[in-house]
Design a protein around this ligand. Structure first.
Ligand code: SAM
Length: 266
C-alpha cells in the first residue's frame, strides 16, 4: 500500500494554498474520528455532524457503487472511499492536505484496503474526461473548493449518467452563523443571502465556499447535471455531536445539513 501520489498543479490558487496549510494544522483533530469511521462496515455508515444513518440518506446506496469507478473529492482521511471500496467500487481519493492523507495511508495499511490516494486540488484533477461513474464529497471539495471550478471539473470527470453526491452545511445554517468560527448558530439570520460565496471566518486562515440552493441549481444545470434530490437533514432524535457550534435543538428545528444528488446528462 503506497504513499499518496502528488498530482498538485505547479501553482496552487491562493485559497487552495491557504486551505492546504490550514488542513495540515487541523489534521491531528481528525485522527480519532477517522479511526472510528474506517472501522464501519456496510450498513453501519453514518453521515455528517449528527451521524444520520446511511439507510436514511442513501448516499452510497443510490450511487450504484458495485463495479463502479468512483472518486472522492476532498477525501480527508479517506473513510468514505473505504466505505465505497467495501461496497464494491474502485475508488480514487483526492485531497489537498498531505497530513490528512498520511492518516488515510496509515488506515489503508491497518485495514488492508488499497486504493489510490492523490495529493492535489479537486478543482484540477489530472485524469481523463469520463473516468468515473460516481463522484462524492462529504464536507470536502464541496465546502473548501471554489464551486465555479470544482463543479465543472466533476462534470468533466464523470461519464454520462454518472452521479455526484454531496453533503455539506445547510445554506440556512450558514445564514445563521456568527463571524466567530467557534460561536454557535443563532435563531436569527445574521448575514445576507445575496452575495453568498467565499468566506473566511474570524481568526481562521482557511477559506470556505457556501451557496444558496438557487445558485447550486444554476451551477449544476449549467454543467449538464439533472437534479435528483435535495435532502434537508434533521438531527436524529437523541443524537449527539462533537461540533458545539451546531446545537441539537437548532438541528431538530431547522435543516442543518444539505444532501444533494445530481446526475450528469447523457
Ligand atoms: C472535513 S474534511 C472532509 C473529509 C471527510 N469526509 C471528513 O468529514 O473528515 C475536508 C477536506 O477537504 C480537503 N480539501 C480542501 N480543499 C480541497 C481542494 N481544493 N481539493 C481537494 N481537497 C480539498 C481538506 O484538505 C480536508 O482534508
Amino acid at each position: 500500500m503506497g504513499d499518496p501520489t502528488d498530482v498538485s498543479p505547479a501553482e496552487l490558487p491562493d485559497h487552495v494554498a491557504a486551505n492546504r496549510a490550514a488542513w495540515d494544522g487541523y489534521a491531528p483533530e481528525y485522527v480519532d474520528a477517522a479511526e472510528r469511521e474506517w472501522a464501519l462496515r456496510p450498513g453501519q455508515e453514518t453521515w455528517g455532524l449528527y451521524g444520520v444513518p446511511e439507510a436514511t440518506v442513501r448516499l452510497l446506496e443510490d450511487a450504484g457503487l458495485e463495479g463502479s469507478d468512483a472518486i472522492e473529492l476532498g477525501c480527508g482521511t479517506g473513510y468514505v472511499s473505504a466505505w465505497m471500496a467495501r461496497r464494491g467500487a474502485r475508488p480514487v481519493a483526492i485531497d489537498n492536505s498531505p497530513k490528512q492523507l498520511e492518516t488515510a495511508a496509515r488506515l489503508q495499511r491497518e485495514h488492508g484496503l488499497e486504493f489510490p490516494l492523490l495529493l492535489g486540488n479537486a478543482e484540477e484533477v489530472p485524469l481523463p474526461d469520463g473516468s468515473f461513474d460516481v463522484a462524492i464529497s462529504e464536507y470536502g471539495a464541496v465546502l473548501w473548493a471554489d464551486p465555479e471550478r470544482w463543479v465543472p471539473e466533476a462534470a468533466r470527470l464523470l461519464r454520462p449518467g454518472g452521479r455526484l453526491h454531496l453533503v455539506m452545511n445547510s445554506a440556512l445554517a450558514y445564514l445563521a452563523s456568527p463571524d466567530d468560527v467557534d460561536a454557535a448558530v443563532e435563531e436569527r439570520l445574521l448575514r445576507p443571502q445575496f452575495g453568498m460565496g467565499r468566506i473566511q471566518w474570524e481568526r481562521e486562515t482557511s477559506v470556505e465556499f457556501h451557496l444558496p440552493h438557487g445558485e447550486w441549481i444554476r451551477l449544476f444545470r449549467a454543467n449538464g447535471f439533472e437534479i435528483l434530490e435535495l435532502q434537508e437533514l434533521q438531527a436524529p432524535e437523541g443524537a449527539t455531536t462533537r461540533y458545539d457550534w451546531m446545537p441539537y435543538d437548532w438541528a431538530r428545528k431547522w435543516p442543518y445539513e444539505d444532501v444533494w444528488k445530481v446526475r450528469k446528462g447523457a
